[in-house]
Ligand binder design. Sequence first.
Ligand code: NAP
Length: 324
Amino acid sequence: MSFNDTLAIIGGFTVVFHLLRLAWRCLCGFRQFVLTELWHVDLKTYGQWAVVTGATAGIGKAYACELAQRGLDVVLISRSDDKLQMIAKEIADQYGRRTLTIRVDFTDGQSIYAAIAEQLQGLEIGILVNNVGMAYSDNFAYFLEVPDAEQRITQIINCNMLSVPQMTRLVLPGMVERGKGLIINISSEVGVRPQPLLSLYCATKIFVTYFSQCLHAEYKSKGIIVQCVAPFMVSTSMTKHRPVNFFVRSAPGLAREALNTVGHCSYTSGCLSHALQNTALTILLPDWFRMSTFLVRKFRNFATASQRDMNVCKTKETLGPKEE
Ligand SMILES: NC(=O)c1ccc[n+]([C@@H]2O[C@H](COP(=O)([O-])OP(=O)(O)OC[C@H]3O[C@@H](n4cnc5c(N)ncnc54)[C@H](OP(=O)(O)O)[C@@H]3O)[C@@H](O)[C@H]2O)c1
C-alpha cells in the first residue's frame, strides 16, 4: 500500500468518525428538545412538593410556576417577604396549588440551614431546584474591580456554591428513603468553560456543574436524578432584562423546555437555542483564543460600549420626549 493510500484511508476514517459524531449529537438534540415536547416525564411521580431557591424572580420564579402548573405544591425560598407572598398568591390563583414560603438570605452562610430544615420537616419533597445565584458586578469586570470585594466574595460563594450542597443535604435523605427524587442545579454556560471578566462567578458555576455530575453518578442507582442545567443568556434582572430573541430566552420558555428534558438527560443547556450556541462556541471560539489577552481586552471594550449605549437609552427614556 502506498503512502497516499494510507493517508486516504486515515482521512476517510476521520471524516466518517466526525460525521458519525455529528449525527449522534443531532439525534441526541432531537430527542432532548424535539421529542420531549410530546413525551415528557410526569413530574408529580417524584413526590408532592418541589422546593425552589431564588423563587421570586427570573428563572427560579419560572421553575416554580411551571412546576405548579404540572401539579406540584411548591416551597418558595428567597429574601423578600413581599415578593414571596406575591408569587405564592399567583401560584394559588393560577394553578390552585399549595405553597410554603421561607424567607432567608443565602449570603448569610451556614447559619440559615437549621431554620430551613425545620420548615421542610414532614413534607414529601420530590424535587429540589437549586437556582439561587448572583453575579458580582453589573458588567464584565476584572477581578480587582469587584465592588466591596472583601464581603462580596464570601457572599457570592455562600449564595452560588454553599447553598447547593447544603440544600441537597436537607432533601436527599428523604428521596433516598423513597427511592426517587429529582435535583435540578442551575449552573451556567460560563460554568462549562472558563470565562475571563467573570472569574469568580464562572468558578462558582463550574462547582455546581461538577457537584451535579458526581452526585448523579453516586445516586442514580438509588432512583435519584441530578440534572445540571447550563443555559446561556436568559432575560432576567441579572441580565438587565435583555430583549428576548433567538439567542436570549425568556425565563418561562427556558423552564418549560428544560423541565421537558428531565429523565432524558442529566446535563443540558436547557433549550435548543442554547444547545446550538454551545456547539457553535465550542467550534468557533477555542479556549486558547478566549483566554488570550487580545480577546479579553476586546471583550471588555465591547461590554463597556454596550453598557454605555444601554445607559444612554435609559437616560432618554427617563427624560422623555420633551426634555430631549
Ligand atoms: N439570567 C441568565 O442569563 C442566567 C444564565 C445562566 C445561569 N443563570 C443562573 O440562573 C440562576 C437564576 O438567575 P436569574 O437570572 O433568574 O436571577 P434573578 O432574576 O436575579 O433572580 C434571582 C432570584 O434569587 C433570589 N435571590 C437573590 N439573591 C438571594 C439571596 N442572597 N438569598 C435568597 N434569595 C436570593 C431573588 O429574590 P429576592 O431578591 O427577592 O431575594 C430572585 O428570586 C442563577 O443561579 C444564575 O447564576 C442565569
